[in-house]
Design a protein around this ligand. Structure first.
Ligand code: GLU
Length: 296
């Protein structure tokens, strides 16, 4: 599906509008938004992915469609969130405006296959960099570091305090995710339910079909912020989840280019503005210090 920006007038002016269109993430005091100019004369070495994409004026990007704050399809049909804004910054530096981006939903377990099969040019989707995945794809970044945590029903009726509780409760996570892998490896006796999307886990928790949801704290924080009467974060993270931008294996020039773009965005304020307009606006959390890019 191609999802077009609502803000066509601004896109026509050659600007990427970083402020998300929804009232939630848009114009409140904590989410001022910002603009990153689309490169007018982006020039790249012939034969590189950057040259191909710039020439086409189009890029296909995998992201989440059901994760508030990071990648959530708005009622207008277009994804919004921190990952979405990071992806738009990269596209802008390729000379591609927001209306040249085709968004494809990548649930956790689709990310590597979609990159391997060429269905997407890159994936920005709360995607943890790790060695197993690096055998199949490559990562630019990290651009954020999360940690695995646990979300329970408001009031924490079972008194869940941290990861040790996972052995004794009904817990939900997502196929192909690092948090699911962590539970399977460290708490094989856990009653683990796996869905394809975290929103389904949140629904199962709300309906008392599970006792907890486990994944990255920032994903859970946004679910809690949206429905604090139903959910609560245990807030005792137990892993490190550095988020990277997934690209096809071996495309070192593209990886270097994205790393340059990320570092520039850390320095010129675009990264912090993207945070403030999205995950920051939803959760009230200030933009953290950006992590150091790992040019492995
Ligand atoms: N960051 C973890 C991962 O990449 C969990 C979040 C997700 O599934 O997107 O697996």
């Amino acid at each position: 599906m191609r999802v077009r920006r609502m803000n066509a007038a601004l896109a026509a002016l050659g600007l990427v509008v970083l402020a998300a269109c929804s009232s939630e993430a848009g114009d409140d005091a904590e989410g001022p938004g910002a603009t990153v100019p689309v490169e007018e004369d982006a020039e790249f070495d012939e034969g590189t992915t950057m040259a191909e994409l710039a020439e086409a004026g189009a890029i296909t990007i995998g992201t989440k469609f059901d994760q508030p704050g990071f990648g959530l399809v708005s009622p207008g049909g277009e994804p919004e969130g921190f990952d979405v804004e990071i992806a738009k910054i990269v596209a802008a530096k390729l000379g591609i405006a927001a209306d040249g981006i085709e968004w494809v939903e990548t649930v956790s377990q689709n990310r590597e296959p979609f990159l391997e099969q060429g269905q997407v040019d890159m994936v920005v989707a709360t995607y943890t960099i790790n060695d197993d995945r690096k055998e199949i794809i490559d990562f630019a970044g990290p651009y954020y570091v999360a940690g695995q945590d646990i979300m329970v029903a408001a009031g924490n009726p079972l008194g869940v305090e941290g990861e040790e509780s996972l052995a004794d409760i009904r817990v939900c996570s997502v196929n192909g995710s690092t948090p699911a892998g962590y539970v399977q490896e460290n708490y094989p006796e856990a009653a683990l339910t796996l869905f394809d999307e975290y929103s389904l886990c949140a629904e199962a928790l709300k309906n008392d079909q599970v006792d907890a949801v486990t994944t990255d704290n920032v994903i859970l924080t946004s679910f809690v912020a949206q429905d604090p009467e139903s959910f609560e974060l245990v807030d005792n993270p137990f892993t490190e989840e550095p988020y990277g931008i997934g690209i096809p294996l071996g495309d070192d020039d593209f990886r270097s280019f994205i790393n340059d773009v990320l570092e520039e965005s850390f320095e010129d304020g675009a990264w912090a503005a993207a945070w403030d307009a999205t995950a920051g606006a939803i959760t009230g959390a200030e933009a953290p210090e950006p992590p150091a890019v790992d040019r492995y």
